[in-house]
Write a protein that binds this ligand. Structure first.
Ligand code: COA
Ligand code: MG
Length: 292
């Protein structure tokens, strides 16, 4: 069994899907400024390419070269004819994380965890859950509570399909239920994709909305989307400046024996200082990643 997970403090601003059938795209990813990669064996890979893609992916993961980018493999579900073979093949490369599609409840996660436990190569492999079915969203808190789960990825295309929803607004309850569950259990939570990959303004607006909801980052489908997500999910210069001034003001107030400071006409209490410190820590983590 893997060690209990420390809270993951790595940045996840940009999480790029790459179809594992596309050797050239996988090679290209080694030079892209993404925080994490989801190598996909599921919906982005056509039936005829499922088997060669999983062999190619095992070899590429074993070779390495992806640097500090977090590497996550999305396998097919175990209710398909490919899921078990995907896991058996990819396990040989000791993947950092397996992303399970269409998770409906904790039993789906426990079944995967039991298979990972059987092999020494996957002793440290974490589990991520695609949150993309109505039942999965309703069971989000129980899914997040399974110890091996490290993160949620919102599958907003599947969710819209199952909900018969035609807008982002119609999915807000689902997004927030997943965020609540993720935060209650210390998980990373990544927003769904923005399909119109040539519409930069639309992507930026959705990234800002996702950031303001509390997501750690956005899943992406094309390299052209990376810079926008990286910028919007990073603390801005103004946020960093405010964070430093809040910490300084609070320290001065404490030195005077007071428990509350005022910055820009707004009160600063202990909890605001915690947020300010988290903002600075996030910027440091991004700087360290970019230097690596
Ligand atoms: N990851 C890494 N590189 C990618 C990429 C991705 N997701 N998508 C495109 N690229 C690369 C291409 O290989 C190409 O590189 P090259 O010029 O060195 O050959 C470059 O970026 C430009 O690609 P472009 O021609 O604009 O796109 P495309 O027509 O080849 O592909 C998509 C467009 C949408 C089919 C493709 O981006 C894709 O498959 N995205 C992922 C889809 C996915 O995984 N979906 C499942 C989850 S929703
Ligand atoms: Mg899906």
């Amino acid at each position: 069994m893997a060690c209990p997970m420390m809270h993951d403090t790595r940045p996840y601003r940009s999480v790029l899907y790459i179809p594992a059938s596309r050797a050239r795209a996988m090679e290209k990813a080694k030079g892209l400024p993404v925080d994490a990669i989801i190598f996909d064996l599921e919906d982005a890979v056509i039936v005829d390419e499922k088997a060669p893609a999983r062999d190619l992916l095992r070899d590429r993961l074993a070779e390495g070269g992806f640097g500090p980018r977090v590497q996550i493999v999305r396998i097919n579900g175990f209710d398909t004819e490919w899921g078990r073979d995907d896991l058996d093949t990819i396990a040989a490369a000791s993947p950092q994380a397996i992303l399970l599609p269409k998770v409906n409840g904790p039993a789906d996660i426990e079944a995967l965890a039991a298979l990972l436990d059987q092999r020494p190569e996957t002793a440290d492999t974490r589990i991520w859950a695609m949150m993309e079915t109505p039942l999965g969203v309703l069971n989000a808190a129980r899914i997040a509570a399974v110890p091996r789960v490290a993160g949620f990825v919102l599958g907003t295309n599947d969710l819209a399909k199952d909900l018969n929803a035609r807008s982002r607004e119609a999915m807000v309850t689902s997004l927030q239920l997943c965020l609540l569950a993720a935060r209650a259990h210390g998980l990373i939570c990544i927003d769904g994709v923005y399909n119109a990959f040539k519409d930069e303004d639309g992507l930026a607006a959705e990234c800002r909305q996702g950031r303001d909801f509390g997501f750690d980052g956005k899943t992406l489908i094309h390299p052209a989307q990376i810079a926008t997500a990286n910028a919007i999910f990073a603390p801005s210069d103004a946020e960093l400046d405010l964070a430093r001034r809040q910490i300084d003001a609070f320290d001065s107030a404490t030195a005077r024996g007071e428990g509350v400071a005022v910055v820009d006409g707004k009160i600063v209490e202990n909890l605001h200082v915690e947020t300010a410190r988290a903002t600075l820590a996030k910027a440091d983590a991004i700087a360290a990643l970019e230097a690596a």
